[in-house]
Design a protein around this ligand. Structure first.
Ligand SMILES: C[S@@+](CC[C@H](N)C(=O)[O-])C[C@H]1O[C@@H](n2cnc3c(N)ncnc32)[C@H](O)[C@@H]1O
Length: 292
């Protein structure tokens, strides 16, 4: 990452008024084999997304309690889900995805992890019929809401979250925010292109173009509960995080697990993780515990 180039793009985002129109994903449900495998590849331990998965798993810790039933919406190949389940061994997780190919990969990921606290379901996150009203303690969803076709589907998903959550339940949602300039979208999608497949880069750009704007998120969040706070990366909403108020403290045992997971990252991944932390700190969100 060239820091001056990145800062230049972020500043230009600040100065730009007109926002790029949203371009919904061509493949709302990720089924095409090349696309599915490119995404799975990026999420492996040595993959480009590994540090992002640890980052979200750590940021989500305050809203997940031991004993919780957590539903991870649009879990994809379950790399993120497994990372969260590993840090929360006393919570039970159900991953839901509408793509049978993704659910098949997710089953492999979960089996390879050896974890016993994760189940998977095929399902549509805009209609969570498999879950009764107020039956779930926590809902998570990472990097998936931009796959929804429009703001009506986004609002429907938020209403489903409200319906299935128990009172006082936890919420952690993370996704891209729509940037204003096509050049910024292109920059971020291509920034690490040497480390990712062409398919991954193309999908990354498509995701940035399909992202909802912060204002669209705010309207949709109104369907859940006012106690959810929305954060974004400093200077521009490259990534948005919507998190409910904390339901637990991160104690010393959990903090030690986080440190061990961070230490397992490669040097480059730790650098990317640290930069991500700094970027979110600029936006007012800090880690719930130290990583070293
Ligand atoms: C980019 S992947 C993200 C997966 C995972 N959450 C992660 O962070 O790695 C987006 C996923 O959303 C799923 N998806 C898209 N629309 C969906 C819907 N309406 N219901 C359920 N899953 C959906 C896709 O099939 C795909 O697996």
């Amino acid at each position: 990452m060239s820091v001056p180039a990145m800062i230049a793009h972020l500043l230009l985002e600040k100065l730009t008024r007109q926002m790029q129109p949203r371009v919904p994903e061509a493949d709302l449900i990720m089924q095409e084999q090349g696309q599915v495998l490119a995404f799975m590849e990026g999420g492996r331990d040595e993959g480009i997304l590994a540090y992002v998965y640890l980052f979200h798993a750590v940021m989500a810790l305050p809203v997940i309690r031991p004993g919780d039933m957590v539903v991870d919406l649009a879990c994809g190949p379950a790399n993120q889900l497994v990372q969260m389940a590993r840090l929360n061994p006393e919570a039970r997780f159900i991953g839901v995805d509408a793509s049978p190919s993704m659910v098949a990969l997710a089953l492999d990921t979960v089996a390879a992890s050896g974890l016993g606290n994760v189940a998977l379901q095929n399902g549509d996150i805009t209609q969570l019929n498999a879950f009764a009203n107020q039956s779930v303690d926590c809902v998570t969803c990472t990097m998936s809401l931009h796959h929804l076709p429009d703001t009506q589907a986004l609002a429907a998903t938020m209403r489903e979250i409200r319906r299935i959550l128990k009172p006082g339940g936890g919420v952690y949602l993370a996704d891209f925010g729509r940037l204003k300039r096509a050049a910024s979208q292109h920059y971020f999608a291509h920034d690490r292109q040497e480390l990712q497949s062409e398919q991954f880069t193309a999908d990354f750009l498509a995701s940035m173009r399909a992202a909802f704007s912060p204002a669209e998120f705010d309207v949709a969040l109104g369907e859940i509960d006012a106690s959810i706070q929305r954060y974004e990366t400093g200077l521009a909403p490259f990534i948005l995080i919507c998190r409910s108020t904390a339901r637990r403290d991160v104690d010393s045992t959990l903090a030690a697990q986080v440190k061990a997971a961070y230490a397992d990252l490669s040097r480059g991944q730790r650098r990317d993780f640290d930069n991500f932390v700094r970027w979110f700190k600029m936006g007012g969100l800090d880690l719930p515990c130290a990583v070293r």
